[in-house]
Design a protein around this ligand. Structure first.
Ligand code: 2PG
Ligand code: MG
Length: 437
């Protein structure tokens, strides 16, 4: 099945910033992909090409990336005659070669990824299978039974995603005790609505405004205030013991030369060294039903990660630390730095490289946690990716705002579809960390 045309256009993401959209046409139809964008970006991510022309979108335009699709990548991919149904990896490799840089900075990871995602969709259509089935094949994942992920929903936003004093970026609720994905979504949505009432009662109506990922962002600063709010909302909604908690402090965003500055948004420095910050995490883990901790330390703080991992009882996820990069995963495995990889496709810039990084993580006995970006689109690719790679959990923000909900709705479609087709499917539940193994 040959690709007939590839066209890129500049569109908007959920923060009103330009992003790349690609329409890829084959004899099976037209397949679209839109690329997300992070705010708390690490230095080891593939480079998102922006125009830098201050006269348009504060320099954030992506017309150069679109041109690179329309003039270079698209024509070369078409000319290669590669078939997305069989050759997705080769298509990705061709684009990596055309770019030629180590971090995709020449043609842009945003340009390359949009084609890669659209090509995966075209490949699935050519094989007459759903995208998650196609991606399961690409990842050589077991398909004797499909596993629906636990939705870790970020319902309290801080860090670079909101204007409150909170340094920690994400406080997520994880309904591990639900019986199905649909029930998990319901419990989270009920808890989110309950949380809104609690926030309003405590901090007033103005405090119910939302952060970038759809969670509330009340004027709180200490992580315990956030966790107390979550515990209260979970109990009041009737889900105590059945909804656990995950935290992503995204600590690279408040790492400075002299340590971790928990006051970075307040103008009043509150600097902790890695040992003190580790102690704070330990206290939180002892006191609250936390099952997952992401990026507790900065992207280069290997020693702090490795030390914390020695006796860490929860899932310890590397995000900025690993950047969905197979070489960083190998280094982290060797250093025993964490036990889980966050998977963000745009951190590495092609679908098949992201899958290869996930396979590396799995082969070390780790978990894989699929993630959206804070700047998202309505593209629901990661819903299929989490099912295809059998990751057992994903995060896509709050159960509110269209670009977040698009993923959860697609996952409910997938669960229904599998049940209707009488394909074996289960909800990952409490064993979300080992769903793949
Ligand atoms: C993160 C992400 C997604 P951003 O740190 O995990 O929640 O944030 O997309 O801003 O990097
Ligand atoms: Mg993160």
């Amino acid at each position: 099945m040959a690709i007939q045309s590839i066209r890129a256009s500049q569109r908007l993401d959920s923060r009103g910033k330009p992003t790349v959209q690609v329409d890829l046409k084959s004899s099976h139809g037209t397949f679209r992909a839109l690329v997300p964008s992070g705010a708390s970006k690490g230095d080891y991510e593939a480079v998102e090409l922006r125009d830098g022309d201050p006269s348009a979108f504060q320099g954030n335009g992506v017309t150069k990336a679109c041109d690179n699709v329309n003039r270079i990548l698209g024509p070369k991919v078409i000319e290669s005659g590669l078939d997305p149904a069989r050759d997705l990896k080769k298509i990705d490799e061709l684009m990596i070669r055309l770019d030629g840089s180590a971090d995709k900075s020449k043609l842009g990871a945003n340009a390359i990824l949009a084609i890669s995602m659209a090509a995966a969709r075209a490949g699935a259509a050519a094989q007459a299978v759903e995208l998650y089935e196609f991606l399961a094949g690409e990842g050589a994942s077991p398909v004797n039974e499909y596993v629906m992920p636990v939705p870790f929903m970020n319902v309290l936003n801080g860090g670079d995603h909101s204007g409150n004093p909170m340094a920690f970026q994400e406080f997520m609720i994880a309904p591990t005790g639900a019986a199905s994905f649909a029930e998990a979504v319901q419990w989270n949505a009920e808890t989110y609505a309950t949380l809104k009432g609690i926030v309003q009662d405590k901090y007033g109506m103005a405090a119910t405004g939302l952060g970038d990922e759809g969670g509330f962002a009340p004027p709180i600063g200490h992580p315990e205030e956030a966790l107390d709010l979550l515990v209260a909302a979970i109990a009041k909604a009737g889900h105590e013991g059945k909804i656990k908690i995950g935290i992503d402090p995204a600590s690279q965003s408040f790492f400075q030369k002299d340590g971790y500055n928990l006051g970075f948004k307040t103008g009043k420095p509150n600097i902790l060294d890695a040992a003190e910050l580790g102690e704070l995490y330990r206290q939180l883990l002892d006191k609250y039903p936390i099952v997952l901790l992401e990026d507790p330390f900065g992207q280069d703080d290997w020693d702090a990660f490795s030390k914390f991992n020695e006796s860490c009882g929860v899932e310890l996820v590397g995000d900025d630390l690993l950047a969905t990069n197979i070489n960083r995963v190998k280094e982290a495995v060797q250093k025993h730095a964490c036990n889980s990889m966050l998977l963000k496709v745009n951190q590495i810039g092609t679908v098949t490289e992201a899958i290869a990084a996930a396979q590396e993580a799995y082969s070390a006995g780790w978990s894989v946690f699929v993630s959206h970006r804070s700047g998202e689109t309505t593209d629901d690719f990661i819903a299929d990716l989490t099912v295809g790679l059998r990751t057992g959990h994903l995060k896509s923000g709050a159960p509110a705002r269209g670009e977040r909900v698009a993923k959860y709705n697609r996952l409910m479609d997938i669960e229904d579809d599998l049940q209707l087709r009488k394909v074996s499917v289960r909800y990952a539940g409490a064993s979300f960390r080992s769903a793949h193994h």
